[in-house]
Design a protein around this ligand. Structure first.
Ligand code: F6R
Length: 237
């Protein structure tokens, strides 16, 4: 793993540089995308560069990590809605070439990995990290060999995500997520983390034991992972 530390604007710009390099070399790259607070700076920067004509996503296809069960794409807390509002509407990607797992048609999850493989596999997978080490919604204990699947969200994840809903009761109890094997199949992975709340799990991910109890620790086994951290998230390294 290569670890880069800087303030949040700097790490967003550095991560955006990785996208610019990839898209220059492979304009029809397959991107694995994430939601949450962490990628917002990166997404704003990608939107800015696209508007400035510095990069284009015209030939890109994308696959998102996860979606809440029970929310369709028009729900303002669905991850499809999040992607449309925070990235896709600011870049020139063909919206029909963007995929988010369905939170309604759960049976379709079984075909998600095949769709990714048919598209040629993910060139660059973006990840945030949960306070409990989850990547996507692969909660602690998820087998490293897992493919896209239905998960029960842990109470800590529901509490962490309740900030986006009017009450904890409205936070879905299940999600569909790419599996850990799906993530590990990506040719390159960027993990980002911001803020002191992430410091303990970042230390465990990078320096701790590789164990399903810390799902992100599996990234130690991937040959091409770049980690972008602000000073607070890096404070226990
Ligand atoms: C989002 C996802 C999650 C988040 C993680 C961190 O698609 O899969 O693993 O990356 O929960 O969320 P934030 O960035 O909001 O702290």
């Amino acid at each position: 793993m290569k670890v880069y530390i800087g303030d949040s604007a700097i790490i967003a710009a550095m991560a955006a540089d990785r996208y610019a390099e990839l898209l220059k070399n492979k304009p029809n790259a397959i991107l694995g995308l994430a939601t949450g607070s962490t990628p917002l700076g990166l997404y704003a920067e990608l939107g800015r560069r696209c508007s400035a004509g510095e990069i284009t996503f015209k030939s890109v296809r994308s696959f998102n990590l996860d979606e809440y069960v029970g929310l369709d794409g028009t729900h303002d807390q669905s991850y499809r809605y999040f992607m449309n509002e925070n990235l896709f509407k600011y870049i020139d990607i063909d919206i029909a070439a963007t995929r988010v797992p369905s939170g309604i048609d759960i049976a379709a999850a079984a075909a998600y990995d095949d769709e990714i493989e048919k598209a040629g596999g993910i060139d660059l997978q973006l990840l945030g990290i949960g306070n409990n080490g989850h990547i996507g919604f692969n909660e602690p204990g998820t087998p490293f060999g897992s493919r896209t699947h239905l998960v029960d969200l842990t109470e800590s994840t529901r509490i962490a995500n309740a900030r986006f809903f009017s009450s904890i009761d409205e936070v879905p109890t299940q999600a569909v997520t790419m599996g850990i094997r799906t993530v590990m199949n990506a040719r390159k992975i960027i993990l980002m983390a911001i803020g002191s709340a992430k410091a303990p799990i970042i230390a465990a991910t990078i320096n701790g034991e590789v164990t399903p109890e810390v799902p992100a620790s599996v990234l130690q086994l991937h040959p091409d992972v770049e980690v972008y951290l602000d000073q607070e998230a890096a404070s226990l390294l």
